[in-house]
Design a protein around this ligand. Structure first.
Ligand code: NAD
Length: 435
C-alpha cells in the first residue's frame, strides 16, 4: 500500500462536518486538483490531508445601518487555508454570490499560488455576500469597516494580509487599513496591500496581475511557436485583470477580437482599441455599447475564432458545456478557478494549452509582497524596478513549472501544484505538529 493510500485510510473517518467529500463547486474543484497531484508527492503525501481542509474559518454577521435608517445584515467570511510558510495572504471579494465554499477554495488557491512563486506567505481569502453596486458610498464604507472589525481577531500585518479582489479596490483597502489601525491604536499600513500610493501602496500594483498574465502568456507563446504579434485574443472580464492583460497584449501587437463582461459580449474580428475600451468601462460600468465593436450573444463568445483566450472574471466559466467549442490554442487563466476539472480534460484532449491561475495570475500577489516589504522597510521602489522584479519572478516560476510538466508529462496545473504542494508540505513537515 502506498504512503498516500495509508494516509487516505488513516484520515478517512476524520472529515470535518462542514466539508462534504462529494462537494461540487469551487472547493470540490480544488479537492480534485489536490487528488491529481498526490501521486507525485512521494513521502510528503503523508501530510496531504493538511491541504484538504482549511486551518481556520471565520463566518461573521456584518450589520450596518442603511441610508434609509433600516438595518441590513450581510454574511462575511475570512478563511485561512494554510499558514505553514508564513502569514495568510489573499484578497477580499464583495459579490452577491460569494459562498463559504468559494472563499475556502480561493484561500486554498492562494496557498498554492504563493508557494508557486515562492513568496513567504500562506493562503487566505475573505468575502462578503453583497452586491456592492446596490450600496451608496457611505453604506459601502460602513460595511467594509464593520467587516474589518469582525475579522479583526484573525488579521494583522504579520498574521493575515488582505488585498483587492472582485469588486474591491484601493478605497476599500484604505478603509480596511484605517479601521484596523484605529482598533489597534497604531497606523498599520502592512495589514492590507493594494492601497493608494499615498498610504503605503506600491507603484505597479494595480496592473500587476494583468502584467503577470501577459508575461507568462508571452513565455508560453514562445514555447509553442505562437507569435504574439497578430495573435487574436478574447478576454472574459475587463476589470483590473482582464483590462490590463488585454491592453498589454494589444500593445505587443495582438488583436483584441472579443470581450465579455457582466454587461454583455462584444466582437470585432479586426481588433479593438483596448485603452479606449478600458476608458469606456470606466465611464459606463461595462463593455456594453462600446462603439468599436458589435454586440454578440453571451454564449457565442466561447466559439469566437481566437488564438488566446483569457478568462478574467469568475470561477467555473469554462465548463463541459462550452469547452468543446473553444478555438483558442492557449487559455491563460487570469481569474481564479475559471476552468472546471471536466473542462480541463476536454481542453487537454483538444491540445489547448492551459496556463493555470495558480501561476498565471500570481503577479498580483507578487507585487503585493513587494508592497508589504516596502511598508515594513518604509523605503519605496521605482515602478521600473518593481516591474523588472515582477517579470523576473514570473518568468523564473513559469520556467520551473514548465520543466516539471515536461519531466512528469503532466499538465501545467498539476506541475504547478507539484511545485507548490511540495514547498508547503516540506514546511509543514519541518515545523512538525504542535504540541
Ligand atoms: P474586477 O472587479 O476588476 O473585474 C471583474 C470583471 O469580471 C468585470 O469586468 C466584470 O464585469 C466581469 N464579470 C463579473 N461577472 C461576470 C459574468 N457573470 N460574466 C462575465 N463577466 C463577468 O475584478 P478583478 O480584480 O479583475 O478580478 C477578476 C478575476 O481575477 C477574479 O477571479 C479574481 O479572483 C482574479 N484575480 C484578481 C487579482 C487582482 O489582483 N485583482 C489577482 C489574482 C486573481
Amino acid at each position: 500500500m502506498s504512503v498516500y493510500e495509508q494516509s487516505a485510510l488513516a484520515t478517512k473517518h476524520a472529515l470535518p462536518s462542514y466539508l462534504n467529500a462529494d462537494e461540487i463547486g469551487p472547493w470540490g474543484t480544488y479537492l480534485q486538483q489536490v487528488d491529481r497531484v498526490t501521486p507525485y508527492l512521494g513521502s510528503l503525501a503523508r501530510w496531504v490531508e493538511t491541504l484538504k481542509r482549511p486551518k481556520r474559518i471565520l463566518v461573521v454577521d456584518v450589520p450596518i445601518e442603511m441610508d434609509d435608517g433600516t438595518i441590513a445584515h450581510f454574511e462575511g467570511y475570512r478563511v485561512q487555508h494554510n499558514l505553514s510558510r508564513g502569514p495568510g495572504k489573499g484578497g477580499v471579494r464583495f459579490h452577491q454570490d460569494v459562498t463559504l465554499s468559494e472563499v475556502m477554495a480561493l484561500s486554498a488557491w492562494m496557498s498554492i499560488k504563493n508557494a508557486a512563486v515562492n513568496v513567504p506567505y500562506g493562503g487566505a481569502k475573505g468575502g462578503i455576500r453583497v452586491d456592492p453596486r446596490k450600496l451608496s458610498k457611505g453604506e459601502l464604507e460602513r460595511l467594509t469597516r464593520r467587516y474589518t472589525s469582525e475579522i479583526g481577531l484573525l488579521i494583522g500585518p504579520t498574521k493575515d494580509i488582505s488585498a483587492p479582489d472582485v469588486n474591491t479596490n484601493a478605497q476599500i483597502m484604505s478603509w480596511m487599513m484605517d479601521t484596523y489601525s484605529m482598533n489597534t491604536g497604531a497606523t498599520a499600513t502592512g495589514v492590507v496591500t493594494g492601497k493608494p500610493i499615498d498610504l503605503g501602496g506600491s507603484l505597479g500594483r494595480v496592473e500587476a496581475t494583468g502584467r503577470g498574465v501577459f508575461t507568462v502568456g508571452v513565455e508560453a507563446a514562445k514555447l509553442i511557436g505562437l507569435p504574439v504579434q497578430g495573435a487574436r485574443v478574447a478576454v472574459q472580464g475587463f476589470g483590473n485583470v482582464g483590462g490590463t492583460a488585454g491592453r498589454l497584449f494589444v500593445e505587443a501587437g495582438a488583436q483584441l477580437v472579443a470581450v465579455q463582461d457582466h454587461t454583455g459580449s462584444i466582437y470585432n474580428p479586426l481588433g479593438m482599441d483596448a485603452a479606449a475600451l478600458q476608458e469606456h468601462v470606466r465611464e459606463h460600468g461595462g463593455v456594453k455599447g462600446f462603439p468599436g465593436a458589435e454586440a454578440i450573444d453571451t454564449d457565442a463568445f466561447w466559439s469566437v475564432d481566437c488564438d488566446i483566450l483569457i478568462p478574467a472574471a469568475l470561477e467555473g466559466q469554462i465548463n463541459k458545456d462550452n469547452a468543446e467549442r473553444i478555438k483558442a490554442r492557449m487559455v491563460i487563466e487570469g481569474a481564479n478557478g475559471p476552468t472546471t476539472p471536466e473542462a480541463d480534460d476536454i481542453l487537454h484532449d483538444k491540445g489547448v494549452l492551459v496556463l493555470p491561475d495558480v501561476i498565471a495570475n500570481a503577479g498580483g500577489v507578487t507585487v503585493s509582497y513587494f508592497e508589504w516589504v516596502q511598508d515594513f522597510s518604509s523605503f519605496f521602489w521605482s515602478e521600473d524596478e518593481i516591474n523588472a522584479r515582477l517579470v523576473r519572478i514570473m518568468q523564473e516560476a513559469f520556467a520551473a513549472v514548465w520543466q516539471v510538466a515536461q519531466d512528469n508529462k503532466v499538465s501545467l496545473r498539476t506541475a504547478t501544484f507539484i511545485v507548490a504542494c511540495k514547498r508547503i508540505l516540506h514546511a509543514r513537515e519541518a515545523r512538525g505538529l504542535y504540541p
